[in-house]
Ligand binder design. Structure first.
Ligand SMILES: C[S@@+](CC[C@H](N)C(=O)[O-])C[C@H]1O[C@@H](n2cnc3c(N)ncnc32)[C@H](O)[C@@H]1O
Length: 235
């Protein structure tokens, strides 16, 4: 019997590793849900300041713009959005039930859904004015499917604010250190640009920025922060 390189890959082992990683992610974020604001502060989390610069540049037809916050955590970023858009209708989705409880309690999210986004987006098509997806694709080896779902959930001209963890020294995407036995993935700038060029988005800005200092390793984590707008469907 002949063998090929793919015969050597144990697909069950890969699936079990992904399953364990998701369970561990949930555990870690459940544990820090109540104190997430303090963690963000201690890590010098810089995404809030990026959003404070971007939000004032965004305009909407509706007086009650609909936002979807994916991997919303405890609603830290939604609270910033609420400072800029007073009648915001905001819905959050997160893997961690405890994070969702916090997001509803302290950040006034109209709806909070505990859900694993590895299963795609469970949400209306062509509905949202803005999708925020910060700290999400770090956990995704392949972001294309979810980005396609996000594109479909946005109105034409709707905004997407998201990030990808930057690969160090321009190396290609790879699984990075397994702190807490969680799979994380980095992206090169070329990969990020290629992803967006293939989908129905116009990139407004890509900014490379130190996002935070890892509380587990002390490593400085760099993000590509992306502001994109949905354009008319190419097909
Ligand atoms: C670093 S926190 C970011 C929270 C928030 N977006 C912020 O920037 O403050 C990452 C969040 O992603 C969530 N998450 C990770 N994997 C997920 C998945 N597969 N589906 C939904 N949420 C996920 C975690 O539960 C956690 O709340």
């Amino acid at each position: 019997m002949s063998s090929s390189a793919t015969d050597c890959v144990d697909e069950n082992a890969v699936m079990i590793s992904d399953y364990i990683s998701v369970q561990n992610t949930k555990k870690v974020y459940d544990k820090i849900a109540k104190n997430y604001d303090d963690f963000a502060k201690a890590a010098n989390y810089s995404v809030p300041s990026w959003l404070r610069r971007i939000f004032p540049t965004m305009t909407f037809d509706s007086e009650e713009p609909c936002f979807l916050d994916l991997a919303c955590g405890n609603g830290l970023l939604g609270r910033i959005a609420q400072q800029f858009f007073s009648n915001l209708d905001i819905c959050g989705i997160d893997l961690s039930e405890k994070m969702i409880i916090e997001a509803k309690k302290r950040s006034n999210y109209k709806k909070g859904i505990t859900y694993d986004l590895n299963n795609g987006l469970p949400i209306n098509l062509g509905f949202f004015d803005c999708v925020i997806a910060i700290g999400l694709f770090d956990f995704f080896e392949d972001s294309r499917k979810l980005l396609t779902d996000i594109s479909e959930s946005l109105r034409i001209d709707g905004h997407l604010l998201c990030n990808f963890e930057a690969s160090v020294l321009g190396m290609p995407r790879k699984a990075v250190s397994k702190v807490h036995d969680i799979n994380r993935y980095t992206y090169s700038l070329a990969e990020v640009v290629a992803l967006f060029n293939d989908l129905d988005f116009d990139i407004i800005e890509i900014k490379k920025q130190r996002a935070y200092t890892s509380p587990s390793t002390g490593e400085k984590i760099i993000y590509y922060l992306v502001h994109a707008k949905k354009k008319e469907n190419k097909k």
